[in-house]
Design a protein around this ligand. Structure first.
Ligand code: SAH
Length: 240
C-alpha cells in the first residue's frame, strides 16, 4: 500500500517538474481568467464550439504575442497592432478560422502570414504540425523567437513570399491565409492535399473582403463564402 502511494506521489512530482520546466505551461497560467472571459463572451457566444479550438484559445497566452504597450488590451474583442503596419487578428476571427480547418494531431497545416505567431501557436496547441511563412523579415524573426521561447518548438517558420507556399513540405491538409489576397495564389491550391481545406480572405485591400473556404475534391476546388472581413493586404514584395 505504502509503496503504491509513494510511487503515485513521485509520478505527480515528476509531472509537476515537467510542467514547470516547460515555460509555455507556466506562461499560460497567467491571465487565465481574461482568456476564459474572452472564450465565453467573444467565441462561444458567437457559435464556435469545437472543443480542440476552445482549449487552444484558453491555453495560449495571447498577451505575450502583442507589444508590451498593448498587453492590457490583449484579450479585448479587436485586432491589435504588432508593428510594421500589421495586426494580430481579433480573437473571434482566429478561433473561427481555426475551427473551420479542423486542426489536430497528425494534421499538417501551412499558414501564410505569421505576424506575431499567435495563430501558428493556436494551431500548434491543437497538436497539428505547423509551417508558417512571413514576408516581413523582422516580424518573421521575432515570431520565430517568441514561438521558441514559449515552447512551441515544433512550429517551422520562414521569411519568404507566401504566394509560392512551401513546396518541400507539401501537400498540406489545410492552408490558412491571414492576409487579404485579390485572388487565390495558384501554388497554394496545388499544395493543398486531396480533401484539404483552405481558408483565405479574398478581395481588394481597400474594401471589405470575403472570407472564403475552399475544399479540394478530385483535384477540383469547391468554394464557399463565409463572411465579410477586414484583413491587412497580402503583399508581393518584401518592403521592410
Ligand atoms: N496570423 C498573424 C496575423 C497576421 S497579419 C498573427 O496571428 O499574428 C498578416 C501578416 O501577413 C502580416 O504579418 C504580413 O506581413 C503577412 N503577409 C502579407 N503578405 C504576405 C505574403 N505574401 N507572404 C507571407 N506573409 C505575408
Amino acid at each position: 500500500m505504502q509503496i503504491r502511494r509513494k510511487s503515485a506521489c513521485s509520478s505527480v512530482l515528476v509531472l509537476c517538474l515537467v510542467q514547470l520546466l516547460c515555460f509555455g505551461v507556466v506562461a499560460s497560467s497567467e491571465r487565465g481568467e481574461d482568456r476564459e472571459a474572452m472564450v465565453r463572451e467573444q467565441i462561444l457566444a458567437r457559435g464556435v464550439k469545437d472543443p480542440t479550438t476552445l482549449t487552444a484559445m484558453r491555453t495560449v497566452p495571447r498577451h505575450l504575442f502583442v507589444p508590451e504597450s498593448m498587453s492590457q488590451h490583449a484579450y479585448q474583442d479587436r485586432p491589435l497592432p504588432i508593428g510594421h503596419g500589421q495586426t494580430i487578428s481579433q480573437p473571434f476571427i482566429v478561433a473561427f478560422m481555426t475551427e473551420i480547418i479542423k486542426p489536430g494531431p497528425g494534421r499538417k497545416i501551412l499558414e501564410i502570414g505569421t505576424g506575431s505567431g499567435y495563430q501558428a501557436a493556436i494551431l500548434a496547441a491543437t497538436g497539428a504540425q505547423v509551417y508558417s511563412i512571413e514576408i516581413i523579415p523582422p516580424l518573421a524573426d521575432s515570431a520565430a523567437l517568441r514561438l521558441k521561447q514559449l515552447g512551441f518548438t515544433d512550429v517551422k517558420t520562414k521569411s519568404a513570399d507566401g504566394y509560392y507556399g512551401w513546396q518541400e513540405h507539401a501537400p498540406f491538409d489545410a492552408i490558412i491565409v491571414t492576409a487579404a489576397a485579390e485572388f487565390i495564389p495558384p501554388p497554394l491550391i496545388e499544395q493543398l492535399a486531396e480533401s484539404g481545406l483552405m481558408i483565405i480572405p479574398v478581395g481588394s485591400p481597400f474594401f471589405v473582403q470575403t472570407l472564403m473556404l475552399l475544399q479540394k475534391r478530385d483535384g477540383k476546388t469547391i468554394s464557399t463564402n463565409l463572411m465579410p472581413v477586414r484583413f491587412v493586404p497580402f503583399k508581393r514584395v518584401a518592403e521592410e
